[in-house]
Design a protein around this ligand. Structure first.
Ligand code: PLP
Length: 354
């Protein structure tokens, strides 16, 4: 029997250590400066937070050379993905996303009464031509996560530009970049440059991943001012907390912590992918990832379901996604060195045990 994960717990009932590698969180924690900034908010708990998110917008704008007036913020980037559907789609409209995409796109689409249209993938990667083949005169939004979750695959900026160029101007292209900071090649972030100039592109980012602030629920987005105004009209007035705002400002300014996390992730992601490659004869395959997790597909005798339960028994919680049509894969977050070595050893054990 699989017991549900209890937030905050790090041991099983019988006292074994549990590694949570199922939500793509930062295994190195949070920047100390962000923790201190969060703690400072305890002085102002009786006050409403700044509804305009000014300090967060200013800090992000300074860091990424953006116009602060064109930044939207949300209760996690999840909220912004929902705001996009709420502002731009409704009954009778179609919203396109890829088969193995982020689960929120379908929820956001159905919530506003619009129709999800699922584009096939190309061996788990985003296929621009397949997306374009789904476009009709009812299409209102295309959601693309880049890097994608749960596959970890990345579409270079040139591919995204090709998608954008072929889309009708009245379709909103949402580029969900929750994992952008993990990309190795800083010249190609697969999205933000397009959002600076195009009138129908919304890029979303988050403080939940590399910044280690998942608990505080702070996401942000960048788009043309008209799009941002449409999103502001339907968001809740005080959607980001004081603690979250202060922590986010400190986190975005702590570039050393971000770089340390990025380097750790790159090293252990490569190590883990190489370990999976050694299990290739047993039918295990790591999909090439640019994010902080790896999708392992099981094409041999050991199934993803059996491996999922076996890893759980060994104290490793990973993500199995049969509900998203991905019963053949496990998405495994890159953890600390100890966790990453441990989950790889546990997988090898399961393969050897048959
Ligand atoms: N987009 C993608 C692709 C994600 O994987 C996630 C979280 O897992 C999110 C958005 C939402 O993150 P948050 O709401 O914490 O910003």
């Amino acid at each position: 029997d699989i017991a549900p994960y209890v937030p905050g717990r790090s041991t099983t009932d019988d006292g074994r250590k549990v590694a949570k590698l199922s939500s793509n969180e930062n295994p190195l924690g949070t920047s100390p400066a962000a923790r201190a900034a969060f703690a400072s908010a305890a002085d102002s708990l009786e006050r409403y937070p700044d509804a305009s998110g000014a300090i967060v917008r200013e800090a992000i704008a300074a860091r990424f050379d953006l116009d602060p007036a064109r930044i939207i913020y949300g209760n996690g980037s999840d909220e912004i993905l929902h705001l996009a559907a709420g502002a731009f789609a409704g009954p009778g409209d179609e919203v396109i996303f890829v088969r193995y995409g982020f689960a929120v796109y379908e929820i956001a689409t159905r919530r506003v009464g619009a129709t999800p249209v699922i584009a096939p993938d190309r061996d788990y990667a985003t296929d621009v031509d397949a997306i374009l083949a789904c476009v009709t005169d009812r299409t209102r939004i295309v959601y693309v996560a880049n890097p994608n979750n749960p596959t970890g695959t990345f579409a270079p900026a040139a591919e995204i530009a090709r998608l954008h160029a072929a889309l009708p101007g009245n379709v909103l292209l949402v580029l969900d970049q929750a994992y952008a900071e993990y990309l190795a090649d800083r010249d190609d972030d697969g999205g933000m440059e397009l959002a600076k100039t195009a009138s129908n592109v919304l890029v979303t980012r988050t403080f939940s991943k590399i910044h280690g602030l998942a608990a505080e629920r702070i996401g942000w987005g960048y788009a043309h001012a008209d799009i941002v105004q449409a999103l502001h009209r339907i968001r809740l007035p005080f959607n980001i907390t004081i603690g979250g705002q202060r922590a986010a400002v400190a986190a975005v300014e702590d570039r050393a912590f971000v770089e340390h996390t990025r380097a750790h992730n790159a090293e252990w992601r490569a190590w883990f992918a190489a370990e999976i490659a050694r299990l290739g004869n047993a039918g295990l395959r790591a999909i090439p990832s640019e994010a902080n997790f790896v999708l392992v597909v099981f094409e041999g005798a050991l199934t993803a379901e059996v491996a999922y339960k076996g890893l759980m028994d060994a104290g490793y919680i990973v993500r199995w996604l049969p509900g998203q049509g991905l019963a053949q894969g496990l998405r495994i977050t890159i953890g600390t060195e100890e966790e990453t070595r441990g989950v790889a050893a546990a997988l090898r054990d399961l393969v050897e045990r048959g």
